[in-house]
Ligand binder design. Structure first.
Ligand SMILES: [Zn+2]
Length: 336
């Protein structure tokens, strides 16, 4: 019990100063003296030194990896036996009832996920690559990380995701397909593995084939679940590469999706389209199922919080504090 109280006390002392999780480890607490009360008939009060508390320094977050499985319904994770994602859930914090935005389409949803705002602010409601429309408005997570001197990377399955952030905000950007229709099971993974070798502060990886398969054969079809299984192996290889490079312990990993799907489509406000998984694993994460209602805009906010970057006040997303062992933020955002 005492240990638990000490632990809580340490948490309270430490949390206000750790808006930046990239900050140095907490200082060792100075020895405290505990006064033992004694009856008046006994000799003068004795002071017993309290043992020095030396918290084990937790690794700081040096980088964030955000992985989006396009069109991933939460119920597909178990149905497709995505063992690497299930393992992240077991070691991390997660919710299977996070919500995306309307329209529940790839480009608008990814814009909210990474710009931290609702479509009313970033204005991306189109879902094709339309270069003349420019880029999502506002400060996004790539802008923040890049301005802080971090290497920023986007490796995506669909060219249209270029419109989530300006080229100047990504040190590396590459995509696989211009048409949104061609499956390519190796290129995104190969590009992402190369970027792990190069090193990054923020990397976004987008696996797109499962969505394409959903449009062809239906959401939760055997063909789509097979693709999720294959893409999950890709996630496993990314994690293994981080471990091989000694980067895993200091990497925050967020896995989520842009939307779900029903029949052979998505884009509506049906729960099957709107509900997405949200999983976070890494330093300082308190494992377990989250009770916070998470929205896709919270991905950018949580990544910024983990990296110690200032949150733009206009963002609609809020960090998922509960994932860090902090109290549930009941006044968090309420969606779009
Ligand atoms: Zn999509």
């Amino acid at each position: 019990m005492i240990q638990r109280i000490l632990h809580l006390t340490l948490l309270i002392i430490f949390l206000p100063s750790c808006g930046s999780f990239a900050s140095p480890p907490p200082p060792t607490l100075a020895p405290t003296r505990l006064v033992i009360p004694s009856p008046s008939s006994t000799p003068p009060p004795t002071e017993t030194p309290f043992p020095t508390i030396t918290p084990t320094p937790l690794p700081s977050v040096e980088r964030v990896l955000i992985v989006s499985f396009d069109g991933l319904r939460p119920d597909a994770i178990a149905a497709a036996n995505m063992v690497n994602l299930l393992s992240l859930m077991q070691n991390g914090a997660f919710t299977l009832s996070a919500q995306t935005i309307m329209p529940s389409l790839t480009l608008p949803s990814h814009a909210s996920m990474l710009a931290g705002t609702c479509p009313a602010k970033h204005i991306v409601r189109w879902n094709e690559y339309v270069p003349q429309n420019g880029f999502a408005l506002g400060v996004d997570i790539f802008d923040l990380a890049h301005a802080a001197g971090m290497r920023t990377v986007m490796v995506v399955g669909k060219e249209k995701l270029r419109q989530v952030t300006e080229p100047a905000s990504t040190d590396y950007f590459d995509f696989v397909d211009r048409t949104d229709k061609i499956e390519d099971s190796t290129t995104v993974l190969r590009l992402a593995l190369a970027q792990i070798n190069t090193g990054f502060g923020l990397m976004f990886v987008h696996f797109a084939d499962s969505d394409i398969e959903g449009h062809k054969n239906g959401w939760m079809s055997r063909a789509q679940l097979e693709v999720y299984g294959r893409e999950d192996k890709g996630l496993g290889l990314l994690i293994q590469a981080l471990k091989d490079k000694g980067m895993y312990e200091s990497t925050m990993i967020i896995v989520t999706s842009d939307h779900g799907g029903h029949e052979t489509t998505h884009g509506t406000d049906l729960p099957e389209d709107m509900t997405i998984p949200w999983i976070i694993s890494g330093p300082r994460i308190a494992p377990g199922k989250l009770s916070t209602q998470v929205y896709t805009m919270d991905t950018a906010a949580t990544a910024a919080f983990a990296l110690g970057l200032p949150l733009p006040p206009e963002w609609d997303g809020t960090p998922v504090f509960e994932a860090f062992g902090m109290p549930v933020d009941e006044f968090g955002n309420s969606g779009c």
